[in-house]
Design a protein around this ligand. Structure first.
Ligand code: ANZ
Ligand code: ZN
Length: 803
C-alpha cells in the first residue's frame, strides 16, 4: 500500500473535476434544484484567510451531499471587487485598481481551487466587470424611473481619512467601519435610495423565510419599527403648533418641557420672537460638528439652550412649559421635536437634572427625583387628570382617543431605518448613470448606452473638497444631454460597494446573458436561493440591501419571489490559538496555504468542520489539525482490512445505519462537527471488528466524501469501485435498524396498565415520555386530567400519576 500523500492526490482530482465539469449546474430543469450560496469574497491583498474556508466548506458539504441525492445543484463563486482597500492600495502604489483586482482575484482563485470546493467556476462573476456592472447600473435606472432614487442635500457621515461619505450602516461606534477614524458631518448633495419605502415589508416578510433567529432579530432591530403618536403642542401666542413624536402618550401629564433639534425649521420661523437668537445660533454651530452617534450616546453629558420668549402649552393639563434646543433630539427621526418626560425617560431625566427642570411622577412605583423610573409597562397612572388611576395600557388607548377626537394628535408608525446614501466620491465603483443638464435637470443615461464605463484617469485620489476623482476628467464629465442634446455634465459620484452585492446571486443564474440580467426561465427555476450562509457582520448591511433590491425587482416583475433567500445561516469566527481575533499586528494569522501544504486540503476541511459548533466562534489549534490528519491516515489504512461482502456484516450493520442517519441529519442541520465525530466513532468500531467489507467501505467513503472529497475519491478508485464516488448515490438508512435492542414496557396510569410501548432498553426518560404520550390508548386514559408525576424505570415500566 502506498502511503497517504495528499500532494499526490488532491491536485489530480481537482484537475479531473475541472476537466469533466463535474460541478457544473445543469441547464436541464427536470431535476429538483438546490441553490447554495456563500458570500463572495472581497479579493483583498492579504489573500485567503483561514476564516474563509469555514462557511465555504460547510455549504460545499451540503452541496456535495445534495448532488449525490440527485439534486441539480448550483454552488457558485465570484468576486465583490469594487471598494476602498483596492483603491487605497492603487493610490499608494500607483497602479491601476483594475490590475490590483486582477492580481488579487488570481491569488484568491488558486487558493480556493486548492481546497477542492465544488464551485461551478463556469459561472464566475466579478462586480467590476463592465458586463456585470452594466446590470447594476440598469437596476439603478429602474429605481430612478420608479422614484426610488433621488438626489438630496443631506448632512452625511463623512470620513475625513477615506474622504468618503458613509451610510449609517458603515459607521460603527461613531467611527468609519473601514479605517476606524472618527466620523464627522458634511453637507453633500447625494444620491439616495428609498429603502424606507420597503421598511414594513422588510419586517413582515421575515415570516416567509427560514433564517436563524438572531438574524431575524437583528434585521428587525435595525429597521426599528416604533408605534406611537404625533401630538401637537400649541406655542403661546403663535399660530404654529409644535408637533412631537412619542411612544408614550400616556405620560403626557408628566411633560415638563419640550426639546427640539438644533436643525428644526421652527427656529427660523420664530426667529423674530426668540430673544436669545445669538446663543441659539452658537449652539446650532456647535451641534453641527457632531455625528448622530455622538449626539444620542447615553453616556454623553447633555447640552442645550432654552428658546427665550417662547412657551408651549401642554395640551392636556393646559400648563405652560419651556421649549429647549438640544442635540440629543435628532432632526432625522420622528418630527425632530419631543415632549420631555423626565420622570420616566432617562435622557430627559439627565437633561432636567442638569438644567434644573421639574420632574413629575406620572406612573406610580419609582423614586423619580433620584432616578428615572422607566420600568412602567405594567404600571398605574398617577397625577394624570383624565387618565389617573388607569393602567398604562388603558391610559395609552384613552389618551390617544382623546387627542384624536380633538384633532391634535394621531397614531403613527416610525422606523429607525433611513434612506440609503448611495453616492461615493471615489473612483473604484460603478459610475452612476445620470447626466445633469441645466435645462432638463437630472436625465438618465439611455439604457442602450450601458455599461457606462469608468474612464482611465491619472490619479485615483479623491479631491480634498470631497469631489470624486472623476470630476477632474473633463472629457468624460462633459457630455450631451440625452433629452435636449444640449451641453450637460455626468454625475461623478460612484456607487457604494454594497451595490454589486445587492443582486449578484441573480447573475450566477445566467452569467453571460447580454439581453437581461438573467432569463426569466432560469430565474423561475433557481430562485429563491435555498440556503445562504454568511457572516453576522453582514446582517444589517448586505442582507437588508439585497432583500430591498430583490423586492424591488419582484415589484417590477423580474424575479419570481418576494424574498431572495429561503434560508439564512451564519457561522462563527475562527480566532487565533490565544482566542484573540487573528490579525497581522498580533502575528497570529494562520495562512491556509501553509496548512494545505503541510497537511493537505482534506485535513484543513475536516478540521474546520470538526473544530466546534459551526455557529460559534472557535480558536485555532494546531493540535486539532494534527488530530484530523491522523483520522485521515486511519481512513487511508482501511484498505488493509478490506474484505469481500456486498451486505453489511452483522457486527457492523446497526452502526452503519445509525451513522448514515446521524451524518445525513447533522450535515443538514449545521452540526458538521458531530457528523464528523460520528465517522470517527465508526472507524474505531471498524478497527475493533478488525475488518470492513465492500458494502461498508462504500458507505463509509460516501459519508466522508462531502467533507474530505479527495482522499475518498482516491480510495474509491483504488478499491476498483464503479463510476466516480461523487456520481454515486448518497447512502440510505433503515430506521428500524437504527434502534437498539427494542423491548416492550408497560405504561401505567394511576397504577393500572393502559398500554405497551416499544422502546430501546436504555432509552432516555424524554424518549419514553414521548412514546407513552403519543400512544392513543394511554393519552385517552389521561384525557384532560392533569399529570402530577411521572416515574420511569428504564427497561421495566413507565408510571404516570394523574389527578
Ligand atoms: C415621551 C416619552 C416618555 C418617551 C417616556 C419615551 C419614554 P423609539 O421607541 O426609539 O421610537 N424621541 C422622539 N423623537 C426623537 C428624536 N427625533 N430624537 C430623539 N428622541 C426622540 O423612541 C421614541 C421616543 O424617543 C419618543 O417617546 C421620544 O420620547 C423620543 F417615558 O416621548 B418619548
Ligand atoms: Zn437637457
Amino acid at each position: 500500500m502506498r502511503e497517504y500523500n495528499p500532494k499526490n492526490i488532491e491536485k489530480k482530482w481537482q484537475d479531473i473535476w475541472d476537466e469533466k465539469g463535474t460541478f457544473h449546474a445543469s441547464e436541464e430543469k427536470s431535476k429538483p434544484k438546490f441553490y447554495a450560496l456563500v458570500e463572495f469574497p472581497y479579493p483583498s491583498g492579504q489573500g485567503l484567510h483561514v476564516g474563509h474556508p469555514r462557511p465555504y466548506t460547510a455549504l460545499d458539504i451540503v452541496s456535495r451531499k445534495r448532488r449525490m441525492e440527485g439534486y441539480n445543484v448550483l454552488y457558485p463563486m465570484g468576486w465583490d471587487a469594487f471598494g476602498l482597500p483596492t483603491e487605497n492600495y492603487a493610490i499608494k502604489n500607483k497602479i491601476h485598481p483594475k490590475l490590483v483586482t486582477e492580481q488579487n482575484v488570481a491569488r484568491f482563485k488558486s487558493q480556493l481551487k486548492s481546497l477542492g470546493l465544488s464551485f461551478d467556476w463556469s459561472r464566475e462573476i466579478n462586480t467590476t466587470d463592465p458586463e456585470y456592472y452594466k446590470w447594476t447600473q440598469w437596476i439603478f435606472l429602474k429605481l430612478y424611473e420608479k422614484g426610488l432614487a433621488y438626489k438630496k442635500e443631506a448632512s452625511i457621515n463623512w470620513c475625513p481619512d477615506c474622504k468618503v461619505g458613509l451610510s449609517n450602516e458603515e459607521v460603527v461606534n461613531g467611527a468609519c467601519e473601514r479605517c476606524g477614524t472618527e466620523v464627522s458631518r458634511k453637507i453633500k448633495n447625494q444620491w439616495m435610495l428609498k429603502i424606507t419605502e420597503y421598511a414594513e415589508r422588510l419586517i413582515k416578510d421575515l415570516d416567509l423565510v427560514d433564517y436563524i433567529q438572531r438574524v431575524k432579530i437583528q434585521q428587525k432591530n435595525w429597521i426599528g419599527k416604533s408605534e406611537g403618536m404625533e401630538v401637537d403642542f400649541k406655542l403661546n401666542g403663535f399660530e404654529e403648533a409644535l408637533r412631537v413624536y412619542t411612544t408614550r402618550p400616556d405620560t403626557l401629564y408628566g411633560v415638563t418641557y419640550m426639546v427640539i433639534s438644533p436643525e428644526h425649521p421652527v427656529i427660523d420661523k420664530l426667529k423674530e420672537k426668540i430673544e436669545n437668537m445669538d446663543a441659539i445660533e452658537e449652539y446650532r454651530e456647535f451641534a453641527s460638528k457632531k455625528s448622530d452617534f455622538e449626539r444620542t450616546e447615553m453616556a454623553k453629558d447633555k447640552t442645550g439652550v432654552a428658546l427665550e420668549g417662547i412657551k408651549a402649552i401642554n395640551p392636556v393639563s393646559g400648563k405652560e412649559i419651556p421649549v429647549w434646543v438640544s442635540d440629543y433630539v435628532l432632526m432625522s427621526y420622528g418630527t425632530g421635536a419631543i415632549m420631555a418626560v423626565p420622570g420616566h425617560d432617562t435622557r430627559d431625566w439627565e437633561f432636567a437634572k442638569k438644567f434644573e427642570l421639574p420632574i413629575v411622577e406620572v406612573v406610580a412605583g419609582g423614586d423619580v427625583q433620584s432616578e428615572a423610573f422607566t420600568d412602567i409597562e405594567n404600571g398605574t397612572m398617577i397625577n394624570s387628570g383624565i387618565i389617573d388611576g388607569l393602567s398604562v395600557e388603558d391610559a395609552k388607548v384613552k389618551i390617544a382617543e382623546h387627542l384624536e377626537a380633538q384633532g391634535i394628535g394621531e397614531r403613527t408608525t416610525n422606523y429607525k431605518l433611513r434612506d440609503w446614501v448611495f453616492s461615493r466620491q471615489r473612483y473604484w465603483g460603478e459610475p452612476i448613470p445620470m447626466v445633469y443638464c441645466e435645462s432638463c435637470g437630472w436625465v438618465p443615461v439611455p439604457e442602450e448606452e450601458l455599461p457606462l464605463t469608468l474612464p482611465e484617469v491619472e490619479s485615483y485620489e479623491p479631491t480634498d473638497n470631497g469631489e470624486s476623482p472623476l470630476a477632474n476628467i473633463t472629457d468624460w464629465v462633459n457630455t450631451e444631454c440625452p433629452k435636449c442634446k444640449g451641453a450637460a455634465k455626468r454625475e461623478t459620484d460612484t456607487m457604494p460597494q454594497w451595490a454589486g452585492s445587492s443582486w449578484y446571486f441573480l447573475r450566477y443564474i445566467d452569467p453571460a446573458n447580454d439581453k437581461e440580467l438573467a432569463s426569466k426561465e432560469n430565474l423561475d427555476y433557481w430562485i429563491p436561493v435555498d440556503w445562504y450562509n454568511g457572516g453576522m457582520e453582514h446582517t444589517t448591511l448586505h442582507l437588508l440591501y439585497s432583500r430591498f433590491w430583490h423586492k424591488f425587482l419582484y415589484d417590477c416583475g423580474i424575479v419570481p419571489t418576494a424574498e431572495p433567500y429561503q434560508k439564512r445561516t451564519s457561522h462563527g469566527m475562527i480566532l487565533g490559538e490565544n482566542n484573540e481575533k487573528m490579525s497581522k499586528s498580533r502575528g497570529n494569522v494562520v495562512n491556509p496555504d501553509e496548512v494545505v501544504e503541510e497537511f493537505g486540503a482534506d485535513t484543513l476541511r475536516v478540521y474546520e468542520m470538526f473544530i466546534g459548533d459551526f455557529e460559534k466562534s472557535v480558536s485555532w489549534s494546531e493540535n486539532g489539525v494534527r488530530g484530523c490528519r491522523r483520522f485521515l491516515d486511519r481512513v487511508w489504512r482501511l484498505q488493509e482490512i478490506l474484505v469481500d461482502g456486498e451486505e453489511y456484516s452483522s457486527e457492523l450493520e446497526s452502526s452503519m445505519h445509525k451513522t448514515i442517519k446521524k451524518v445525513s441529519e447533522d450535515f443538514e442541520n449545521m452540526k458538521f462537527n458531530t457528523g464528523i465525530a460520528a465517522l470517527m466513532g465508526l472507524i474505531n468500531e471498524i478497527n475493533s471488528v478488525g475488518k470492513i467489507n465492500k458494502a461498508e467501505y462504500r458507505t463509509f467513503l460516501s459519508l466522508l466524501n462531502p467533507a474530505a472529497p479527495h482522499i475518498t475519491e482516491e480510495l474509491w478508485e483504488l478499491a476498483g469501485f464503479e463510476n466516480m464516488l461523487n456520481e454515486s448515490p448518497w447512502p440510505l438508512w433503515d430506521e428500524e435498524k437504527t434502534v437498539d435492542d427494542v423491548i416492550e414496557i408497560a405504561v401505567q396510569v394511576n397504577g393500572k396498565v393502559k398500554g405497551i410501548i416499544s422502546i430501546s432498553k436504555d432509552a432516555s426518560a424524554e424518549e419514553a415520555h414521548e412514546k407513552a404520550f403519543d400512544d392513543e390508548k394511554i393519552s385517552g386514559a389521561i384525557g384532560d386530567k392533569s399529570v402530577v408525576k411521572e416515574i420511569y424505570v428504564p427497561g421495566k415500566i413507565y408510571n404516570i400519576v394523574v389527578k
